[in-house]
Design a protein. Structure first.
Length: 497
């Protein structure tokens, strides 16, 4: 008693001492790093069970021995290690006596920041804006509208640049060639026009042949043809046409669907995919138009599709990590551009063939490996209404789907396993777009707002009110700088960080 110190304090000291003693004999275990393909890195490694992702990063980068250490994410049996290895293992019931396999995944070396404010509200269209699209480098922005025009916007000043007139009905679909030098647009009259973004003038002749409206447009990938000569179009008339844009005539007609074709994708390995209201997806060989297989499984119209390689095909030879502040077209000879695009494609595609995901009015998604199998890899259920759009993240690891059920859902891009629902919209979600680094997702809704989601934390990052009515179209520029949106209020809005 003589020291006069409260007994509680002494107890506290002992307690602090005890916990620091416990820290010293924290459980340790053996881990083995491996990449996504299962290739082993180094030998098993002894670590404390409470090791954090930051510490794992140091260890793994030391083993990788690269000049520039890369940001990594770590997974145990498909669960990301977010706080510590211990926390991730706790939810898994893995035997820690055995060597724990940890998969490391390189993340984008650059970071796209969330857009937070509307920098321009651009008037010009006299009817609803139906589509908006940035060119592959983010240099140009185009929009298609119910007023029959295509408009090009000057992004350095955020002002209207050109109004492209020629269509005599609503412009329903627009698509940039992967070299960024041409924009194709398709209308409700079934006509396809080509435009030069540098002048706003028409290129070549009108591509005429479809008997009903155009539903989708898609260019041949840059690494297959650096001239960007061939364009595919799908129509309500049930056919897919491949156009030679240089001579301005139809090269092939792909028939076989019994109802409207809703979406087309031109894959990087020479296959063309078409989805239809006949509930099927057809796989065609692009070079000769031969039907390879029909994918069946959906119980209602198939509305939308995405390829795991969509983003790298869209951006071609442009590498978002090397984006400059003022976007420029990719320079170089055709051979150099082709090589750069091929190298980027091969890197994203990886070992296995492209994966395809489809979304339907039957509320489900299907994941396919269409080059290898006509049976689906996974049926993905959970949406409570039809699916409007589906997109793979640029790094192919996550699938995002937007639905009339007001939610955006995230799924594992390899297995199709459900990850989470992003809730916040109070009405149908029409369109979504990924940031180039695969960390953020923007959604546009009939509730008149855009929302930016952080897909790592799976939470709302920014709410973007501003439109006066439903938002039909949204895109995120591949250089990460801007989001563009358009809809029923006829205004095009540009959002920046």
């Amino acid at each position: 008693e003589g020291s006069g110190r409260p007994a509680g304090l002494a107890e506290g000291e002992v307690r602090i001492h005890k916990t620091s003693m416990m820290k010293e004999d924290v459980e340790r275990l053996l881990i083995q790093f491996q990449d996504e393909a299962g290739t082993i890195l180094g030998s098993p490694f002894d670590v404390p069970i409470d090791i954090t992702p930051e510490k794992l990063q140091l260890v793994c980068n030391a083993l990788l021995d690269k000049e520039e250490p890369v940001p990594l994410a770590f997974y145990v049996q498909d669960s990301e290690i977010v706080a510590s290895l211990e926390k991730t293992l706790a939810g898994q019931g893995l035997e820690t006596e055995k060597v724990v396999e940890i998969v490391y995944q390189p993340q984008a070396v650059f970071k796209v920041r969330a857009v937070t404010r509307c920098t321009s509200s651009l008037e010009g269209h006299s009817e609803a804006v139906i589509s908006v699209a940035f060119s592959p480098t983010g240099k140009y922005l185009a929009s298609g509208s119910g007023d029959t025009t295509v408009r090009f916007w000057d992004l350095s000043t955020e002002t209207p640049h050109f109004t492209a007139k020629g269509h005599r009905h609503w412009v329903l679909s627009i698509a940039w060639s992967p070299d960024g030098k041409k924009l194709a647009s398709g209308c409700k009259n079934g006509q396809v026009f080509l435009w030069d973004p540098a002048t706003g003038t028409q290129i070549g002749r009108v591509l005429v042949g479809h008997s009903k409206w155009i539903t989708c447009l898609c260019w041949e990938p840059l690494h297959l043809n650096p001239e960007c000569r061939y364009l595919a179009s799908s129509s309500k008339d049930g056919s897919v046409r491949i156009w030679d844009t240089v001579v301005g005539r139809c090269d092939k007609i792909l028939t076989g669907h019994t109802h409207s074709v809703t979406c087309i994708k031109w894959g990087g390995d020479g296959l063309l995919f078409s989805s239809s209201q006949d509930r099927t997806i057809k796989v065609w060989r692009a070079k000769d138009g031969v039907l390879c297989r029909t994918l069946q499984g959906h119980g209602h119209w198939v509305n939308t599709m995405a390829l795991s390689t969509d983003y790298v095909l869209r951006t071609g030879a442009f590498e978002p990590a090397e984006a400059s502040v003022n976007p420029q077209d990719v320079s170089g000879s055709l051979a150099e551009i082709k090589q750069k695009a091929l190298q980027r494609y091969n890197q994203v595609r990886g070992q296995g063939p492209e994966r395809l995901v489809s979304g339907s009015d039957d509320f489900t998604l299907f994941l396919w490996v269409p080059a290898e199998d006509k049976k689906a890899l996974q049926r993905m259920t959970g949406h409570q209404a039809l699916i409007n759009q589906v997109l793979f993240s640029p790094d192919t690891r996550v699938i995002a789907s937007a639905s009339f059920d007001k939610s955006v859902k995230l799924w594992d891009g390899r297995t199709g396993k459900f990850l989470t629902s992003l809730r916040g919209h109070v009405s149908a979600v029409y369109q979504i777009a990924w940031s180039a680094d695969s960390r953020l997702l923007v959604s546009g809704s009939s509730d008149s707002t855009l929302k930016v989601w952080d897909t790592k934390t799976q939470k709302l990052a920014v709410d973007l009110p501003g439109h006066a009515d439903e938002v039909y179209a949204v895109d995120w520029s591949p250089d990460g700088q801007r989001v563009a949106s358009g809809g029923k209020d006829k205004c095009l809005r540009i959002w920046r960080r």
